[in-house]
Write a protein that binds this ligand. Sequence first.
Ligand SMILES: *Cc1c(COP(=O)(O)O)cnc(C)c1O
Length: 379
Amino acid sequence: MDKISRKIQMVDLKSQYEKIKTEVDSAIQNVLNNTAFINGPEVKAFQTELEHYLGAKHVIPCANGTDALQIAMMALDLKPGDEVITADFTYVATAEVIALLGLKPVLVDVIPNTFEIDTAAIEKAITPKTKAIVPVHLFGQCADMEAIMALAKKHNLYVIEDTAQAIGAEYIFSDGTKKKAGTIGTIGCTSFFPSKNLGCYGDGGAIFTNDDTLATKIRIIANHGQSAQYIHDSIGVNSRLDSIQAAILRIKLRDLDHYAAARNKAATYYDKAFANHPKLITPARAKFSNHVFHQYTLQLNGVDRTALRDFLASKDIPAMIYYPIPLHLQKAYLDSRYKAGDFPVTEKLCASVMSLPMHTELDEETLKYITDSVLDFCK
Ligand SMILES: *Cc1c(COP(=O)(O)O)cnc(C)c1O
């Protein structure tokens, strides 16, 4: 097999940028000309366009996805000691802000093939101290929101959707209606980190809600707890989206559905190449969600993962392990409540998953080279 000319990357932001360079460059120049660098008209315009795209009543832009989660929890007046349930198999940010606010992260396992939070496990973890559930729409498809919302209603809990990896994905309710990820729970949180599906060229994030009172509160918290100029009624944070990032996001938002289609095309290619392979388990698609493939994640069955990764690296094919260590076994989150073996699905996934290059610019030649190489090693 010949190596292909363009360097393969997990996420190819350069090739994507080249296609929108004229628009992006002039949008950035426009912000420079106006010098409204923070909260300028671009931020307001992006906010409105994202509200429209999502079908959300309010979008509040902020500095990053981690801040979005923190501000959401502050806005819900969660108090130290309150329990917040989230997935053991996720990026650390989700549990980090819970712990940072003095709340108690209560971890639960995930479903083996979709990687999404296990609803039955959530129900078992609910106690009188539980105040919120934070489902993570991991790798680009939704957790089972209908079941989670039913639990939340029954137990009077808030739901904060972490949709950092699934912006644009749609949840399909049992009656056939659809809603965008992040617009179903009490609050939705997302990230515009460059490698996310809607990524800017620096840091960025946003909070979504359909509740007017909460939206006002969130805006105040994100701006130093300021209700009117120099009037501070509550303790807030400083979390803003730059105008340059908003200008870039406006351009990329127009392409978001095309980006999702390109990612799905690549995922389908991978699915077909690896179908029914005894050593490779392809990611399952939940029936209640479409998928925007933030990651394409295989489970390896009887394959030496390190050796496969080294083999791929020798062919200039990157591969990543999202995530190598379950949260409950991370030093910062060790807790006497948890021990090795408590979350068998997550522990097995951490030992067996491998994510392949996934982005909007993968062509068939590259996909063939990647899949042939994986199959060559796993034969
Ligand atoms: C990226 C990510 C975040 C954090 O977003 P930042 O913008 O990097 O702060 C939170 N949760 C999940 C699941 C993520 O993937």
